[in-house]
Design a binder for this molecule. Structure first.
Ligand code: NAP
Length: 321
Protein backbone atom coordinates (compact mmCIF):
# COMPACT_ATOMS: atom_id res chain seq x y z
CA UNK A 1 0.00 0.00 0.00
CA UNK A 2 1.53 3.30 -1.09
CA UNK A 3 1.64 6.43 1.07
CA UNK A 4 -0.01 8.38 -1.74
CA UNK A 5 -2.11 7.76 -4.78
CA UNK A 6 -0.50 10.71 -6.58
CA UNK A 7 2.74 12.55 -5.96
CA UNK A 8 3.59 15.58 -8.07
CA UNK A 9 7.15 16.89 -8.25
CA UNK A 10 7.32 20.55 -9.23
CA UNK A 11 5.40 23.67 -8.28
CA UNK A 12 5.21 25.71 -11.47
CA UNK A 13 1.97 26.09 -13.46
CA UNK A 14 2.12 22.43 -14.62
CA UNK A 15 2.57 20.95 -11.14
CA UNK A 16 0.05 23.21 -9.44
CA UNK A 17 -2.58 22.59 -12.11
CA UNK A 18 -2.00 18.84 -11.86
CA UNK A 19 -2.44 19.21 -8.09
CA UNK A 20 -5.63 21.24 -8.50
CA UNK A 21 -7.23 18.62 -10.74
CA UNK A 22 -6.11 15.59 -8.73
CA UNK A 23 -7.21 17.26 -5.49
CA UNK A 24 -10.62 17.96 -6.96
CA UNK A 25 -10.77 14.29 -8.05
CA UNK A 26 -10.36 13.34 -4.34
CA UNK A 27 -6.92 11.83 -4.87
CA UNK A 28 -5.33 13.82 -1.98
CA UNK A 29 -2.18 14.69 -3.92
CA UNK A 30 1.15 15.45 -2.35
CA UNK A 31 3.03 18.16 -4.23
CA UNK A 32 6.75 18.44 -3.61
CA UNK A 33 8.24 21.85 -4.22
CA UNK A 34 11.95 22.48 -4.32
CA UNK A 35 13.88 25.53 -3.29
CA UNK A 36 13.02 27.38 -6.52
CA UNK A 37 9.31 26.98 -5.78
CA UNK A 38 6.92 28.45 -8.32
CA UNK A 39 9.10 27.86 -11.37
CA UNK A 40 10.11 30.35 -13.99
CA UNK A 41 7.18 32.71 -13.39
CA UNK A 42 8.83 33.65 -10.11
CA UNK A 43 11.53 35.29 -12.22
CA UNK A 44 9.09 37.32 -14.30
CA UNK A 45 7.49 40.66 -13.56
CA UNK A 46 4.17 41.43 -15.28
CA UNK A 47 2.45 38.50 -17.00
CA UNK A 48 0.06 39.85 -19.62
CA UNK A 49 -0.65 36.63 -21.47
CA UNK A 50 -2.33 34.61 -18.72
CA UNK A 51 -5.99 34.53 -19.74
CA UNK A 52 -8.40 36.15 -17.34
CA UNK A 53 -6.26 39.00 -16.07
CA UNK A 54 -7.09 41.88 -18.36
CA UNK A 55 -4.61 44.20 -16.67
CA UNK A 56 -1.96 41.49 -16.26
CA UNK A 57 -0.66 39.96 -13.05
CA UNK A 58 2.82 39.81 -11.55
CA UNK A 59 4.42 36.37 -12.04
CA UNK A 60 5.00 35.69 -8.32
CA UNK A 61 1.42 36.83 -7.50
CA UNK A 62 0.03 34.44 -10.09
CA UNK A 63 1.95 31.56 -8.52
CA UNK A 64 0.77 32.54 -5.02
CA UNK A 65 -2.83 32.46 -6.29
CA UNK A 66 -2.38 29.08 -7.96
CA UNK A 67 -0.78 27.62 -4.86
CA UNK A 68 -3.56 28.88 -2.57
CA UNK A 69 -6.19 27.61 -5.00
CA UNK A 70 -4.86 24.08 -5.02
CA UNK A 71 -4.41 24.09 -1.22
CA UNK A 72 -8.06 25.10 -0.94
CA UNK A 73 -8.97 21.72 -2.40
CA UNK A 74 -6.70 19.79 -0.06
CA UNK A 75 -3.36 19.50 -1.82
CA UNK A 76 -0.60 18.91 0.68
CA UNK A 77 2.56 20.80 -0.23
CA UNK A 78 5.91 19.58 1.00
CA UNK A 79 9.02 21.72 0.65
CA UNK A 80 12.14 19.68 0.16
CA UNK A 81 14.52 18.13 -2.29
CA UNK A 82 13.85 14.80 -3.89
CA UNK A 83 17.29 13.16 -3.92
CA UNK A 84 16.45 10.04 -5.92
CA UNK A 85 13.52 8.08 -7.31
CA UNK A 86 13.02 4.38 -7.85
CA UNK A 87 10.57 3.87 -10.66
CA UNK A 88 11.54 0.27 -11.35
CA UNK A 89 8.79 -1.16 -9.16
CA UNK A 90 5.39 -0.16 -7.87
CA UNK A 91 4.68 1.63 -5.69
CA UNK A 92 7.29 4.13 -6.84
CA UNK A 93 9.66 5.38 -4.14
CA UNK A 94 11.00 8.90 -3.67
CA UNK A 95 13.91 9.49 -1.30
CA UNK A 96 13.89 12.95 0.25
CA UNK A 97 16.86 15.02 1.35
CA UNK A 98 15.90 14.59 5.03
CA UNK A 99 16.06 10.80 4.71
CA UNK A 100 12.31 10.35 4.47
CA UNK A 101 10.93 7.93 1.88
CA UNK A 102 7.60 8.50 0.14
CA UNK A 103 5.81 5.87 -1.91
CA UNK A 104 3.33 6.65 -4.65
CA UNK A 105 1.01 4.73 -6.92
CA UNK A 106 1.43 7.33 -9.63
CA UNK A 107 3.86 10.14 -10.23
CA UNK A 108 3.50 13.38 -12.16
CA UNK A 109 6.82 14.95 -13.10
CA UNK A 110 6.56 18.71 -13.52
CA UNK A 111 10.10 19.78 -12.71
CA UNK A 112 10.30 22.28 -15.56
CA UNK A 113 13.32 23.57 -17.37
CA UNK A 114 15.71 26.26 -16.31
CA UNK A 115 16.77 29.01 -18.68
CA UNK A 116 20.51 29.22 -18.95
CA UNK A 117 22.13 32.42 -17.71
CA UNK A 118 25.35 34.10 -18.70
CA UNK A 119 27.14 33.68 -15.37
CA UNK A 120 28.31 37.28 -15.30
CA UNK A 121 26.39 38.20 -12.15
CA UNK A 122 24.76 41.37 -13.47
CA UNK A 123 22.39 39.35 -15.69
CA UNK A 124 20.75 37.67 -12.71
CA UNK A 125 20.81 40.84 -10.61
CA UNK A 126 18.89 42.71 -13.32
CA UNK A 127 16.50 39.83 -14.02
CA UNK A 128 13.01 41.32 -14.28
CA UNK A 129 14.53 44.81 -14.46
CA UNK A 130 15.49 44.84 -18.12
CA UNK A 131 17.01 41.37 -18.38
CA UNK A 132 14.69 38.58 -19.42
CA UNK A 133 14.81 34.99 -20.61
CA UNK A 134 11.34 35.12 -22.19
CA UNK A 135 10.58 37.35 -25.17
CA UNK A 136 6.93 36.30 -25.30
CA UNK A 137 6.52 37.34 -21.67
CA UNK A 138 8.42 40.61 -21.63
CA UNK A 139 8.85 41.88 -25.20
CA UNK A 140 5.89 44.19 -24.93
CA UNK A 141 7.67 46.33 -22.29
CA UNK A 142 10.31 47.36 -24.81
CA UNK A 143 8.20 49.21 -27.34
CA UNK A 144 10.32 51.75 -29.23
CA UNK A 145 13.47 50.82 -27.28
CA UNK A 146 16.79 49.31 -28.38
CA UNK A 147 17.52 45.85 -26.98
CA UNK A 148 19.96 42.95 -27.31
CA UNK A 149 19.39 39.24 -27.75
CA UNK A 150 22.16 36.82 -26.78
CA UNK A 151 22.56 33.51 -28.61
CA UNK A 152 22.77 32.04 -32.08
CA UNK A 153 20.23 29.22 -31.96
CA UNK A 154 16.60 28.94 -33.07
CA UNK A 155 15.36 30.47 -29.82
CA UNK A 156 17.58 33.52 -30.23
CA UNK A 157 16.51 34.04 -33.85
CA UNK A 158 12.84 33.49 -33.00
CA UNK A 159 13.08 35.93 -30.10
CA UNK A 160 14.96 38.51 -32.17
CA UNK A 161 12.32 38.38 -34.92
CA UNK A 162 9.48 38.51 -32.39
CA UNK A 163 11.08 41.39 -30.46
CA UNK A 164 11.66 43.40 -33.66
CA UNK A 165 7.88 44.03 -33.64
CA UNK A 166 8.26 46.13 -30.50
CA UNK A 167 11.84 47.27 -30.19
CA UNK A 168 13.34 50.15 -32.16
CA UNK A 169 16.38 47.98 -32.83
CA UNK A 170 17.46 44.44 -31.91
CA UNK A 171 21.16 43.63 -31.67
CA UNK A 172 22.01 39.93 -31.62
CA UNK A 173 25.21 39.13 -29.76
CA UNK A 174 26.65 35.77 -30.75
CA UNK A 175 29.90 34.17 -29.62
CA UNK A 176 30.79 32.78 -33.05
CA UNK A 177 30.56 34.06 -36.62
CA UNK A 178 28.04 31.46 -37.75
CA UNK A 179 24.60 30.78 -36.39
CA UNK A 180 23.43 27.47 -34.99
CA UNK A 181 19.80 28.24 -35.90
CA UNK A 182 18.01 26.47 -38.77
CA UNK A 183 18.44 28.06 -42.20
CA UNK A 184 14.88 29.34 -42.31
CA UNK A 185 15.20 31.09 -38.96
CA UNK A 186 18.59 32.52 -39.91
CA UNK A 187 17.20 33.88 -43.18
CA UNK A 188 14.30 35.53 -41.37
CA UNK A 189 16.54 37.24 -38.83
CA UNK A 190 19.26 38.24 -41.31
CA UNK A 191 16.69 39.79 -43.66
CA UNK A 192 15.00 41.79 -40.91
CA UNK A 193 16.03 45.47 -41.22
CA UNK A 194 15.55 46.05 -37.47
CA UNK A 195 17.99 43.28 -36.49
CA UNK A 196 21.75 43.64 -36.58
CA UNK A 197 24.48 41.29 -35.38
CA UNK A 198 27.63 41.59 -33.34
CA UNK A 199 29.65 38.46 -34.14
CA UNK A 200 32.38 36.64 -32.22
CA UNK A 201 31.35 38.47 -29.09
CA UNK A 202 29.95 38.00 -25.63
CA UNK A 203 28.40 40.28 -23.04
CA UNK A 204 31.09 41.03 -20.47
CA UNK A 205 28.76 43.07 -18.25
CA UNK A 206 25.30 44.64 -18.10
CA UNK A 207 24.87 48.16 -16.71
CA UNK A 208 23.51 49.42 -14.38
CA UNK A 209 23.10 47.19 -11.32
CA UNK A 210 23.33 50.24 -9.03
CA UNK A 211 20.37 51.91 -10.71
CA UNK A 212 18.43 48.65 -10.87
CA UNK A 213 17.77 49.00 -14.60
CA UNK A 214 19.45 48.21 -17.89
CA UNK A 215 21.19 51.19 -19.45
CA UNK A 216 23.67 49.36 -21.67
CA UNK A 217 26.04 46.45 -22.11
CA UNK A 218 29.76 45.96 -22.34
CA UNK A 219 30.56 43.73 -25.29
CA UNK A 220 33.80 41.78 -25.54
CA UNK A 221 35.10 40.71 -28.94
CA UNK A 222 36.35 37.17 -28.36
CA UNK A 223 38.91 37.36 -31.18
CA UNK A 224 40.52 40.68 -30.28
CA UNK A 225 39.59 40.98 -26.61
CA UNK A 226 38.40 44.52 -27.30
CA UNK A 227 35.61 45.90 -25.12
CA UNK A 228 32.97 48.35 -26.24
CA UNK A 229 29.88 49.90 -24.68
CA UNK A 230 26.49 49.63 -26.35
CA UNK A 231 23.63 51.71 -24.93
CA UNK A 232 20.29 49.87 -24.81
CA UNK A 233 17.31 49.24 -22.55
CA UNK A 234 16.89 45.50 -22.45
CA UNK A 235 18.75 42.19 -22.75
CA UNK A 236 17.09 38.92 -23.70
CA UNK A 237 19.13 35.82 -22.97
CA UNK A 238 18.31 32.96 -25.34
CA UNK A 239 21.19 30.52 -24.92
CA UNK A 240 19.03 27.50 -24.29
CA UNK A 241 17.19 25.77 -21.47
CA UNK A 242 18.19 22.82 -19.38
CA UNK A 243 15.32 20.46 -18.55
CA UNK A 244 15.37 19.45 -14.90
CA UNK A 245 15.54 15.72 -15.50
CA UNK A 246 18.76 14.56 -13.87
CA UNK A 247 16.71 12.72 -11.19
CA UNK A 248 15.06 10.55 -13.82
CA UNK A 249 17.99 9.74 -16.11
CA UNK A 250 18.26 6.02 -16.81
CA UNK A 251 14.65 5.40 -15.73
CA UNK A 252 12.34 7.67 -17.72
CA UNK A 253 12.79 7.96 -21.49
CA UNK A 254 14.52 11.21 -22.43
CA UNK A 255 15.21 12.74 -25.84
CA UNK A 256 18.70 13.72 -26.96
CA UNK A 257 18.34 17.16 -25.30
CA UNK A 258 17.31 15.60 -21.97
CA UNK A 259 13.56 16.38 -22.20
CA UNK A 260 11.14 13.66 -21.08
CA UNK A 261 9.51 11.91 -24.03
CA UNK A 262 5.73 11.78 -23.67
CA UNK A 263 3.21 10.01 -25.84
CA UNK A 264 -0.59 9.76 -25.96
CA UNK A 265 -1.04 12.81 -23.78
CA UNK A 266 1.35 12.94 -20.86
CA UNK A 267 2.39 9.28 -20.58
CA UNK A 268 6.06 8.42 -20.26
CA UNK A 269 7.64 5.04 -20.99
CA UNK A 270 6.71 3.93 -17.44
CA UNK A 271 3.02 3.19 -16.83
CA UNK A 272 1.87 5.36 -13.93
CA UNK A 273 4.51 8.04 -14.51
CA UNK A 274 3.35 11.16 -16.32
CA UNK A 275 5.16 14.35 -17.31
CA UNK A 276 3.78 17.84 -17.79
CA UNK A 277 5.05 21.32 -18.58
CA UNK A 278 8.46 22.43 -19.75
CA UNK A 279 10.19 19.25 -18.59
CA UNK A 280 8.65 17.60 -21.68
CA UNK A 281 8.08 20.62 -23.93
CA UNK A 282 10.86 22.57 -25.59
CA UNK A 283 8.58 24.12 -28.19
CA UNK A 284 5.74 26.10 -26.57
CA UNK A 285 7.19 26.72 -23.09
CA UNK A 286 4.35 28.99 -21.99
CA UNK A 287 2.75 29.12 -18.54
CA UNK A 288 -0.64 28.49 -20.08
CA UNK A 289 0.52 25.46 -22.09
CA UNK A 290 2.29 24.09 -19.01
CA UNK A 291 -0.91 24.48 -17.00
CA UNK A 292 -2.85 22.76 -19.80
CA UNK A 293 -0.51 19.78 -19.78
CA UNK A 294 -0.69 19.66 -15.96
CA UNK A 295 -4.44 19.24 -16.32
CA UNK A 296 -3.89 16.48 -18.89
CA UNK A 297 -1.44 14.67 -16.59
CA UNK A 298 -3.95 14.79 -13.73
CA UNK A 299 -6.67 13.28 -15.89
CA UNK A 300 -4.25 10.65 -17.28
CA UNK A 301 -3.16 9.74 -13.72
CA UNK A 302 -6.75 9.56 -12.53
CA UNK A 303 -7.64 7.17 -15.36
CA UNK A 304 -4.56 5.09 -14.69
CA UNK A 305 -5.47 4.77 -10.99
CA UNK A 306 -9.01 3.78 -11.88
CA UNK A 307 -7.62 1.12 -14.18
CA UNK A 308 -9.43 2.55 -17.19
CA UNK A 309 -7.81 0.98 -20.25
CA UNK A 310 -6.71 3.60 -22.67
CA UNK A 311 -7.51 2.57 -26.23
CA UNK A 312 -5.07 5.16 -27.46
CA UNK A 313 -2.21 3.93 -25.30
CA UNK A 314 0.63 2.77 -27.53
CA UNK A 315 4.02 2.02 -26.00
CA UNK A 316 6.47 4.59 -27.28
CA UNK A 317 9.24 3.36 -29.50
CA UNK A 318 10.82 6.80 -29.60
CA UNK A 319 11.71 6.79 -25.92
CA UNK A 320 15.34 6.13 -25.19
CA UNK A 321 16.90 5.79 -21.81
P1 NAP B 1 20.50 25.93 -28.74
O1 NAP B 1 20.12 25.41 -30.08
O2 NAP B 1 21.27 25.06 -27.84
O3 NAP B 1 21.31 27.28 -29.00
C1 NAP B 1 21.89 27.97 -27.94
C2 NAP B 1 22.69 29.13 -28.51
O4 NAP B 1 23.22 29.87 -27.43
C3 NAP B 1 23.87 28.69 -29.37
O5 NAP B 1 24.00 29.53 -30.47
C4 NAP B 1 25.05 28.80 -28.42
O6 NAP B 1 26.25 29.18 -29.07
C5 NAP B 1 24.64 29.93 -27.53
N1 NAP B 1 25.21 29.80 -26.19
C6 NAP B 1 25.14 28.71 -25.35
N2 NAP B 1 25.74 28.98 -24.18
C7 NAP B 1 26.19 30.26 -24.28
C8 NAP B 1 26.88 31.12 -23.39
N3 NAP B 1 27.23 30.73 -22.16
N4 NAP B 1 27.17 32.37 -23.81
C9 NAP B 1 26.82 32.78 -25.04
N5 NAP B 1 26.14 32.02 -25.93
C10 NAP B 1 25.85 30.77 -25.55
O7 NAP B 1 19.21 26.38 -27.87
P2 NAP B 1 17.82 26.96 -28.39
O8 NAP B 1 18.00 27.99 -29.42
O9 NAP B 1 17.05 27.31 -27.16
O10 NAP B 1 17.12 25.70 -29.05
C11 NAP B 1 16.93 24.49 -28.31
C12 NAP B 1 16.24 23.45 -29.19
O11 NAP B 1 14.89 23.89 -29.45
C13 NAP B 1 16.90 23.31 -30.55
O12 NAP B 1 16.78 21.97 -30.95
C14 NAP B 1 16.09 24.19 -31.45
O13 NAP B 1 16.13 23.81 -32.82
C15 NAP B 1 14.69 24.03 -30.85
N6 NAP B 1 13.86 25.23 -31.11
C16 NAP B 1 13.10 25.21 -32.22
C17 NAP B 1 12.35 26.32 -32.52
C18 NAP B 1 11.49 26.28 -33.73
O14 NAP B 1 11.58 25.32 -34.49
N7 NAP B 1 10.66 27.28 -33.98
C19 NAP B 1 12.37 27.45 -31.72
C20 NAP B 1 13.19 27.45 -30.60
C21 NAP B 1 13.94 26.32 -30.32
P3 NAP B 1 27.00 28.15 -30.08
O15 NAP B 1 26.19 28.17 -31.32
O16 NAP B 1 28.36 28.78 -30.22
O17 NAP B 1 27.03 26.84 -29.38
Amino acid sequence: MADRKVVIIGSGPAGLTAALYTARANLSPLLIEGLDAGGQLMLTTMVDNWPGYRDGIMGPDLMTEMRAQTERFGTEILTGNVMSVDLSRRPFTLAMGDGRKITAESLIIATGASARWLDIGSDRKLSGHGVSTCATCDGYFFRGKPIAVVGGGDSAMEEAVYLSRFASKVTVIHRRDTLRASKIMQDKALANPKIDFIWDSEIADINDVQKGEVTGIVVRNLKTGQLRDVALDGVFIAIGHTPNTSLFKGQVGLDTNGYIVTHDGTRTNIPGVFAAGDVQDHIYRQAVTAAGSGCMAAIDAERYLEGIPDEMHQPSTAAQL
